[in-house]
Design a protein around this ligand. Sequence first.
Ligand code: ZN
Ligand code: ZN
Length: 445
Amino acid sequence: MKKSLFSNLRYLFAVVVVVSVLSSCQTTDDQVRWLRGNMHTHTFWSDGDDFPESVARWYKDNDYDFLVFTDHNILLETPTTGPVRGNHRLIEGELWQRLAQDHPAVEKYTGLFGTDMVDILPDEDGFVLVRLQPLDEFRGIFEEPGEFLLIMGNEITDQHAVHLVAIHQDEVVPTVGGSAGERADMIKKILEGADDYRVRSGRNTYPALAHPNWQWAITAEMILEAEDLRYFEVYNGHPAVNNPGDEYRASTDRIWDIVLSLRLGAGNGKILYGVATDDAHHYHSSGATPGRGWVMIRSRELGEQSILDAIDKGDFYSSTGVVLSDLGYDGEKISVEIEPQEGVTYTTEYIGTLRGFDPSGKPALDGEGNEIPNTTQTYSEEIGQVLASSNNLSSSYTFNGDELYVRVKITSSADQIDQVTGDVIGKQVAWIQPVVPGTSAIAGR
Ligand SMILES: [Zn+2]
Ligand SMILES: [Zn+2]
């Protein structure tokens, strides 16, 4: 009895969430705008290869509205412990970066900001020491009301490639450690730590599981075990992260559909939202360059709280180039309108899973029929079917009542270009967050 009451409350909660997303999607208020932001960025504060001010300059100059700094297990503020990395020096309580005098970041930094602002000291053997300025010291140079915003975050960087990107913090959420076999448990414990911090500080950091396919570390089954995980990177711009999977292993898109189907069909009903990020590390050469993946957040204003509110509601889409002029759900129908680009065509796919699907998984096998360890299982093709598709700029999907969810993926004929090297790195894509159909379908379960 207790259990069913709990289930009903849970479904009621799901209904409330869906209704709130609907009402925000239905808005016709001209004041509502789309904010473009990158939520995964590295600098010299950890293993990025540039100063945060130069990085902020790049994003501001390239039409972003906000940027979240997410260095590994550190906030951009005066450190309380000793040097964090081999090339860091702690001088009178401040963090300095040791660099070759001719490192391209030094010339760029002094060129952009002048030697008055940059603290630089000679060091031995052709090296220099440059002070790393905390975010609060430099944010005023870049931030402008309604124009550009910088947000403190960090990448909770645990063992065995368990990384979660968290935003809006004044404290690093601790790692938990564990063995390779304990990754699911590590994700759960990190989420618990983030929740303890939320209760204590009032700050929800919205942790997103980063690059699940990097080192083939994280599986759909681990995400299903980590029941409270609400966000993951469906696209991470680092070239080593295997977003598309491979011949035998699931893509991040496939992982998303498996998790959504099992959670909504038989699990806790929680939606998993997909984020696109840069995970930018490399600002002077090829590698994890900036400008690859971002989120478009629907908001009335450019402010930290309004961004967090939209993330909480799932009122955003993710992109590597495709831009939408409108996106809505009226309770029966999802409508999508693409902002056209000259000479470019689009394929819009409405992807979902219908009730009554086969939820069973089998171990993934390689070409010789051997089981691949630590890999997302193989599931029925009923999961994540293309329910409809369109090549028009405007299209829609009307729910027929059988869908557990529908999400939209738009693939463009236009190339995705590396913004530093000019190389072609893929096709431009947009991912729209899953829509769980209206009240009656949920109440009927
Ligand atoms: Zn990472
Ligand atoms: Zn990262």
